[in-house]
Design a protein around this ligand. Structure first.
Ligand SMILES: [Fe+2]
Ligand SMILES: [Fe+2]
Length: 218
């Protein structure tokens, strides 16, 4: 039986999810981390290795915040989405984003690093954007997902290029994420999402630069 949630119910659930998203350790993955397929790695034992690890940690902090934003975006959209069909169609993608969040968090811990301190602020901003997109109608909302996923894929490809060859664990995680994000984008377009104009995409790139430029460090 399907229960219909009132706007207040959804708001409370949303608040609970927000707290879980920005609290490290509170999200669990439904799929095991792809990193588990890689052999145990040796601890960084030279200045060069430590520096490389630090760089990867910065990249993974960006990816982790990206996943925090993805959670917020989907939740924001779900709050204002017009049709239940769209909400349901995006449910599976949202669940996969939870896996990504948990995998990135776990990898950050392994790299002796912490998630970004700015996550609550980015969550709020993304939630607001998601809610606005949801209000603008399903086709725009879905188009927004597709355009966002495009950018995420671009970042992931760049990060994969920057990884050191020895870091199999991070590579496996990012490769799986890249595959999933591309599928999320395609699904959003197939569900009726509009292709965004280049000018809007450029604006989105500027905003994502603000996120990547800050969360690499803090
Ligand atoms: Fe993701
Ligand atoms: Fe995604």
């Amino acid at each position: 039986m399907k229960t219909t949630l009132s706007p207040l119910d959804r708001l409370i659930i949303g608040f609970d999810r927000a707290l879980r998203t920005v609290n490290p350790g509170a999200t669990t993955a439904t799929r095991p981390s792809p990193a588990e397929l890689a052999e145990q790695e040796a601890p960084a034992d030279s200045i060069d290795a430590v520096n490389k690890q630090r760089h990867t940690a910065g990249l993974m902090r960006i990816n982790h915040t990206g996943e925090v934003c993805a959670q917020a975006l989907y939740r924001g959209q779900a709050l204002t989405a017009r049709s239940n069909d769209v909400r349901d169609a995006m449910q599976e993608s949202a669940l996969e984003e939870e896996d990504h969040l948990a995998w990135c968090e776990q990898r950050l811990t392994e790299l002796n690093a912490k998630p970004s301190l700015l996550n609550p602020a980015f969550y709020l901003a993304s939630f607001g954007m998601g809610a606005l997109a949801g209000m603008a109608g399903d086709r725009i909302s879905l188009g927004f997902i597709a355009a966002t996923e495009d950018q995420v894929c671009e970042h992931l490809r760049e990060h994969l290029q920057q990884l050191s060859n020895g870091d199999k664990k991070t590579r496996l995680i990012l490769e799986q994420m890249l595959e999933d994000e591309a599928a999320h984008g395609n699904k959003a377009i197939q569900a009726g999402g509009v292709e965004f104009h280049d000018a809007i995409k450029k604006m989105m790139t500027l905003m994502s630069k603000l996120m990547t430029g800050t969360t690499y460090h803090i």
